[in-house]
Design a protein around this ligand. Structure first.
Ligand code: LP5
Ligand code: MN
Length: 249
């Protein structure tokens, strides 16, 4: 049992909310989630793409983003620890955000043990290895020097560049085969092997919510894929009995 009434202890996982001021209904759903369901959890893990994009921690000054930051800080005030793994949209989230929101930034992938289970968490984009154009782009923008010079530009310039990139990304995605925008099974197996075969692997990014029972070198592993929040908010709830996907009201 958790310390929160007689509800069994559980942990929540979310990803791919893509919060932005132009989709206010999703932000409202997120705020309700943070003020209600999340306050009854033992912890909350955000597995990337919380924001539509993040151009640098000065974004905290934006009215919409500030509400999101305050929702995290309020959850911390309520005693619920919150952890964050970067997505491909918000990998520029840094210490400015984490200290204001009082979330702990984790590396990707992140290993942990919850309710006696060995778990691996990731955003998931690094596993889409068949998407060569994306992986080349990813390698470039995850470089520390590249990020330093990008962040040295004024915020408005960065945002304009990201908008241009978004347009290009959407165009390219419309030509790419669906299969190359999913995780590559060998990349998944390699990751699980390198992390001593966790019982559960949870990730987002592909927007293909599902559970896959896989076997790697004789080890049975559940791969849980989180859903996005474009049409409907959702989360994954883990307790001592296992994982359960939850659609939000
Ligand atoms: O995000 P999603 O799921 O729609 O698509 C991703 C891949 N696209 C991206 C791009 C982001 O959506 C854009 C927002 C990122 C903000 C980051 C801020 C800092 C970077 C600023 C750089 C100016 O991640 C998409 C994948 C898809 O997932 C499925 O896995 O296919 O990848 C692409 O479409 C990328 C293209 O294939 C390659 C683009 C090359 C662009 C090169 C010019 C960039 C110039 C500046 C960078 C050096
Ligand atoms: Mn993503």
């Amino acid at each position: 049992m958790s310390s929160k009434g007689n509800e069994a202890g559980h942990t929540l996982f979310i990803s791919d909310l893509h919060l932005c001021s132009s989709r206010p209904a999703i932000t409202e759903q997120f705020i309700r989630f943070m003020e209600n369901r999340a306050t009854r959890a033992d912890a909350l893990y955000v597995l990337g793409d919380l924001f539509e994009y993040w151009a640098g921690d000065e974004e905290i000054g934006d009215e919409h983003h500030r509400r999101v930051v305050l929702a995290f800080a309020a959850l911390a005030d309520a005693g619920i620890p919150c952890f964050f793994i970067h997505g491909n949209r918000d990998f520029l989230i840094s210490q400015g955000f984490s200290s204001a929101a009082r979330v702990t930034l984790l590396s990707d992938p992140a290993q942990l043990t919850l309710y006696g289970r060995h778990i691996l968490l990731s955003h998931g984009d690094a596993l889409c290895t068949d998407d060569r154009a994306y992986q080349a782009f990813r390698q470039q923008v995850r470089n520390e020097n590249w990020q330093r010079s990008f962040l040295a530009q004024p915020l408005q310039v960065r945002k304009a560049q990201i908008e241009a990139l978004r347009t290009r990304s959407e165009q390219e995605k419309s030509y790419k085969a669906e299969s190359i925008m999913d995780v590559n099974p060998d990349a998944v197996a390699g990751l699980l092997r390198a992390h001593a075969y966790p019982e559960l692997f949870i990730h987002g990014h592909t927007h293909r919510p599902d559970v896959h029972d896989i076997e790697v070198d004789g080890h049975r592993i559940q791969r849980w894929v989180l859903g996005d929040w474009y049409e409907q908010g959702s989360c994954l709830q883990l307790d001592a009995t296992g994982c359960r996907p939850v659609l939000l009201d």
